[in-house]
Design a protein around this ligand. Structure first.
Ligand code: FAD
Length: 474
């Protein structure tokens, strides 16, 4: 009897425990991707990530074909779809790699029981995370809430399990079940094609994920610690969208960094690992506190009087706030479906603290527009910036968008790249065009309020308002 491997956010051959186990069983293998209904899985798929998913499925199908296999596409609830496929193929075994978001768990746990009750062999495997989230606990047996002790426990837990190699061949079943056509899923944007600029930097798929890892380790890891915060530098791995779709496993990345401390510098290596562990910590929080994306971790924020202002929110989404570093970030998001981590913090702080708009609106916008949208990292990071989260940045730490810009984009190269109407402005004013003398603006061809907006709010006044709004909740 063939084995069904149900693929989800693990579209890779390498270090795919479920696929490797199926290959090793000697049975025929039927890889299946199920398009679950909107509300299921990890919540509705964002539009940018739908673009990524389309290309990732295409790429993964090709890789499977090279092993003599295929990817079967099906739509529907997981249980009825798997049952139909089992009837059609005679399979009595289903393998998958575990997911850790609450919606995924709410589907997988009862499904496993239901199938087992019907005599089906179901086996789930680890691989999306470096350690199972139930493994690391405080001395008191409760989940960690603070990153640093979590990191220490993580570091003390020894190396994460070693990755498993890709199967070299997958036995095909006597007859393949019918597959749906990817094009009919309509995952790609209709007109206008706002994703047309994504390929300027991204190619979805496992091959590219591995290439990016190699080039990061060779060319960038050696300056990661000092340069990772500068958005104009190409200093980070850009592996996040590949990780979000499971095209590469965190274990493969972790183990690839082993032994590199000597050549790349220990600080760089540790810094990079710590970032990977932020991803782990985000999943850990989401696993232990499933409301992370929807509820303030700190209930004090439930009393917060957020502002509902569609006009301000829209200006933020479009990158028309009048603060160049914020606008550059929001426009990078439109152009490439990604944003540098430092700038994510700045734009998030601006939305929540300068505009007093509920962090959940920002979280949703990011979910829809980021190619690396991740239910754990996105929710945990928004709560961190808002100050409502576990181990969060305190509310009174309010980023000044001008000073942040000047510190992390001193020549304004990042702003010039994404806000072309400011490209000719002197570096001295690039982060504060509203303070530039008229001749400097004229020389740069800028008419404030016409070619580039005046600031939506005055940061100093907005800061005071944010502090009072918080006081009012206590
Ligand atoms: P690198 O610096 O090369 O880091 C390597 C990997 O470590 C990343 O690919 C990522 O998986 C992980 N990582 C790095 N920084 C963080 C972090 N702060 N938190 C969690 N994991 C991290 N990341 C997402 O993957 N998806 C999201 O939806 C997401 N939303 C965010 C929202 C906000 C408001 C903020 C402030 C951060 C968010 N992040 C999110 C975290 C971070 O910005 C990205 O992971 C990072 O920018 C990805 O770029 P990179 O792959 O080049 O990172």
């Amino acid at each position: 009897h063939p084995v069904i491997v149900w693929l989800r956010k693990d579209l890779r051959l390498d270090d795919n425990a479920a696929l490797a186990a199926a290959a090793a069983s000697g049975a025929a293998v039927i890889p299946v991707y199920i398009r679950e209904p909107e509300s299921a899985g990890t919540g509705p798929l964002g539009e940018a990530q739908a673009w990524w998913l389309h290309h990732s499925l295409e790429s993964f199908s090709k890789s499977l074909e090279q092993l003599g296999s295929r990817l079967v596409l099906a739509s529907g609830e997981a249980l009825s779809t798997l049952e139909r496929l089992m009837t059609e193929t005679g399979a009595q075994t289903v393998y998958w790699n575990r997911r850790y978001d609450p919606q995924g768990i709410a589907i997988d746990s009862p499904l496993k029981q239901e199938l087992r009750a019907r005599g089906i062999v179901v086996q789930s495997f680890a691989g999306q995370l470096l350690h199972e989230p139930s493994k690391l606990m405080t001395g008191g047996g409760t989940p960690f809430r603070v990153y640093t002790p979590f990191w220490r426990a993580f570091d003390g837990a020894g190396d994460p399990p070693s990755p498993v190699d890709a199967p070299s061949r997958l036995a095909a079943p006597a007859a393949w079940p019918a597959s749906e056509y990817l094009a009919e899923w309509k995952l790609l944007p209709q007109e206008p094609n706002w994703a047309a600029t994504f390929p300027e930097i991204f190619t979805p798929g496992e091959t590219e994920a591995q290439r990016r890892l190699r080039s990061f380790l060779e060319d960038k890891l050696g300056r990661y610690d000092t340069r990772r915060d500068f958005p104009a530098d190409d200093a980070t791995s850009l592996l996040s969208p590949h990780l979000a779709m499971g095209e590469i496993s965190p274990a493969r990345i972790w183990h690839a960094t082993k032994g590199l401390g000597e050549t790349t510098g220990h600080d760089n290596l540790i810094r990079f690992r710590k970032e990977l562990v932020w991803r782990e910590f985000s999943y850990y929080l989401l696993f232990h506190f499933p409301d992370l994306a929807t509820r303030n971790w700190n209930p004090r924020f439930d009393a917060f009087e957020w502002r509902f202002d569609a006009g301000l929110f829209k200006a933020w989404t479009k990158g028309l706030t009048g603060y160049p570093i914020v606008d550059a970030g929001m426009r990078q998001l439109w152009r490439h479906g990604i944003m540098h981590n430092r700038v994510r913090m700045i734009v998030a702080s601006f939305l929540v603290k300068d505009l007093l708009i509920d962090w959940r609106q920002g979280e949703r916008w990011f979910r829809d527009t980021l190619v690396d949208a991740d239910p754990a990292s996105n929710a945990a990071s928004w709560q961190w910036v808002a100050g409502s989260g576990a181990d969060a940045s305190p509310w009174f730490r309010i980023f000044n968008p001008v000073l942040q810009g000047e510190k992390f984009d001193p020549q304004g190269d990042y702003v010039r790249r994404f806000v072309p109407e400011l490209a000719e402005l002197d570096a001295k004013y690039i982060h504060r065009p509203f303070e530039a003398p008229l001749p400097a603006l004229l020389r740069a061809g800028i008419r404030l309020g016409e070619t580039y907006p005046k600031p939506l709010v005055d940061h100093g006044a907005a800061r005071q308002q944010a502090l009072s709004a918080y006081e009012a909740t206590g």
